[in-house]
Design a protein around this ligand. Structure first.
Ligand SMILES: Nc1ncnc2c1ncn2[C@@H]1O[C@H](COP(=O)(O)OP(=O)(O)O)[C@@H](O)[C@H]1O
Ligand SMILES: [Mg+2]
Length: 348
């Protein structure tokens, strides 16, 4: 089995299986082979920060790091910083100051996933990297999001273009950038109008103005969002993206991985990899207990792991195995897992 390097390499899976560690090890191996690597994590657990020795103030910035003697770049996603970069790059300063956008771009504010795609796109198009390795948050959330992208696309459809050009004319004439209920009333459904009317009564209209401004600003920034969305097509393409679904040999994790793939089937391409982490077989095989009971334990554990691998191989086209590293040190984990990536890689 040899693994071809792609422009994008995405790690997903449930919590605690080793996504962050394996993504980092993969990034290190690629960088060691001469690739220019950017490692991005959108995992709010921030384990990468500790692994890479980054400080709080470096979150959200692209930082050159050196891990186990290898140089690469790393970025711990901060949605606020991405918004700031977008507003600079696309010259939409209001994007960084609108209060509604600020709320949406808080961690868990609902815009994290789209912003991470926009960020990956912005970073890749600088031309500074050969490979972007992406460590995603646990579970199917990121995948759900990819599936739901068409909803965001429809936000920018023709109807909105007409509404916004109308709003744009009115804004120019009125010499100000926000509107009260009067204008928006014409375009929106009764339910939403009632809600906005209620909010206006409660907030004295400021919320409505912020809201309308937010909609306008997001629309003005549509090029950035659409580019982020266009990345979805590249992530579906075999020639541009490697998908790694990570799981571990622990109880119940295989079922989670199988469910995750069933979920992901619509949009990740068929050449994806199942990464089975924390395998014990090679250590168990080297273990020669003389006590009969322990021999039985060894056989039982080996049997379970073999069953699991059989189950996974029946479902996944390729299964990459990574050993459990017998150490408490995360750096040791990284070293061993980087070595293991080397054995799979075709880049040297
Ligand atoms: N192959 C391995 N052997 C031993 N420990 C591992 C291995 N892979 C990961 N770990 C450890 O397991 C823990 C969870 O790993 P992490 O990469 O943070 O998982 P995730 O990102 O999927 O939540 C960490 O302490 C990590 O060092
Ligand atoms: Mg993680």
């Amino acid at each position: 089995m040899t693994l071809t390097t792609k422009s994008f390499e995405i790690f997903c899976g449930t919590g605690g299986v080793g996504k962050t560690t394996l993504a980092t090890a993969r990034g290190i191996d690629l960088a060691a082979s001469g690739k220019r690597v950017l490692l991005i994590t959108i995992d709010p657990a921030r384990r990468l920060k500790d692994l890479l020795g980054l400080s709080e103030s470096q979150i959200g910035e692209v930082i050159p790091v050196e891990v186990i003697g290898v140089k690469l770049h790393a970025l711990l996603m901060s949605p606020e910083k991405t918004i700031l970069r977008m507003s600079q790059k696309y010259q939409t300063p209001d994007l960084a100051t609108n209060r509604i956008v600020q709320i949406l771009s808080k961690p868990y504010g609902g815009m994290n996933e789209i912003l991470s795609l926009v960020e990956v796109q912005m970073q890749f198009e600088t031309g500074a990297y050969d490979v972007v390795v992406l460590d995603t948050p646990p579970g199917a959330h990121f995948l759900d999001f990819l599936e739901g992208l068409s909803k965001i696309r429809s936000f920018f459809d023709q109807n909105f273009i007409e509404i916004f050009s109308y709003l744009g004319q009115k804004t120019a004439r009125a010499g100000k950038r926000v509107f009260g209920l009067g204008i928006i009333n014409r375009f929106i459904s009764t339910g939403v109008r009632k809600l906005l009317g209620y909010l206006e009564a409660v907030t004295g209209g400021q919320f409505i103005d912020d809201f309308i401004q937010a909609v306008q600003i997001i629309y003005q920034s549509r090029d950035a969002f659409m580019k982020g969305l266009s990345l979805q097509e590249r992530l579906k393409s075999r020639s541009e993206c490697n998908w790694f679904l990570v799981t571990s040999v622990e109880q119940g994790k295989a079922t989670e991985a199988i469910n995750l793939r069933a979920h992901a089937g619509h949009f990740i391409h068929q050449d994806h990899y199942l990464v089975l982490n924390k395998c014990l077989a090679s250590d168990l095989e080297a273990w020669a207990p003389t006590v009969p009971n322990l021999l039985a334990v060894k056989e039982s554990l080996l049997g379970k792991e073999q069953d699991l691998k059989g189950q996974l191989r029946a479902v996944f086209p390729v299964v990459l195995e990574f050993p459990e590293v017998i150490s408490l040190s995360p750096i040791e984990h990284l070293k061993h897992l980087t070595e293991k990536w080397k054995t799979y890689a075709s880049h040297r």
